[in-house]
Design a protein around this ligand. Sequence first.
Ligand code: DAH
Length: 339
Amino acid sequence: MIEELKRLVEQAAQEINQAARQHDLMQLKSQYLGKKSAVNGFLQRLVELPTAERPGFGKIVNEAKQKLEALLKSRLETLKDAEYTQELQSERLDLSMPGRRFERGVLHPITQTWRDIEDLFLGLGFQVADGPDVEDEYHNFDALNTPQDHPARDLSDTFYIKDDVLLRTHTSPVQVRVMENTKPPIKIICPGRTYRNDNDATHSPCFHQVEALVVDEGISLADLRDMLNHFAQELFGPEIAVRIRPHFFPFTEPSAEMDMVCPKCLGSGCSLCKETGWLELGGAGIVDPNVFEIVGIDGEKYTGYAFGLGIDRIAMLRFGITDMRLLFGNDVRFLRQFR
Ligand code: DAH
């Protein structure tokens, strides 16, 4: 019987060492060490032996079981190690592989221009103010001294949301909001979106303006002119002068329109400036005393200037863009050029 057991153990040991998967090991375990296994069978056959030999043989069977258990355990560990190594191999990252390409975004030409204008004025001690795109008639028109029958209120120009609520047609209502809440001296700009019912190569229903307002004692037209000159020269170069022409706006008196020397032909006349040598920049003026009265600022003590410029127009000039619709089309082929 001892010989028989020895052969069985040898066979089991061989099979265990050849097992290739953990699952096979589990099967071998139950086959050789389970309740109904051959090894256990030897214990049941103890009765066939003479009484004196039984304890000795029982011990041998137990030793055989321990040996097989140890073998199973060590084989299991070997298999686990191998599986782990294989897993590591198959999941290995190849750090030398080229990465996924990252496309760097580009700031929209309007955003670039907007930020440059902000930087310029911040450097001159201005603060940046903000106001709502959805305005009431009071701030957009009434408080800006715009009479009820002024053509700018016409439905064809203004997007009304309801009776007395509209999309602001200019950034000038921010002047009113600032003056309602701040005592002079005031020195602000407000860049923002504005809306008018207009759509062609040089007009977009949504466009951008930057408003400026300076209120203090002794502010005059000369200060306005200096500021505009400085602005144009900083953005377009030292040879770009600004001129102001008499005009009318309800909220300024006197009012002016500003032109700057055409940066393309430097004043000699070209297709961009329609042979005039000048390009229109926006409106400006000395704050009308009526507006001061409406917002509660003492017009005897204080004077102020204000102006409003089109940011889109400035961006077009700087980047040589000829159709305003390109600015709002979101075509990446166009936008990529402003890197
Ligand atoms: N708000 C005017 C417009 O949109 C532009 C303008 C004119 C703004 C005169 C001003 C100003 O601040 O003083 O046409």
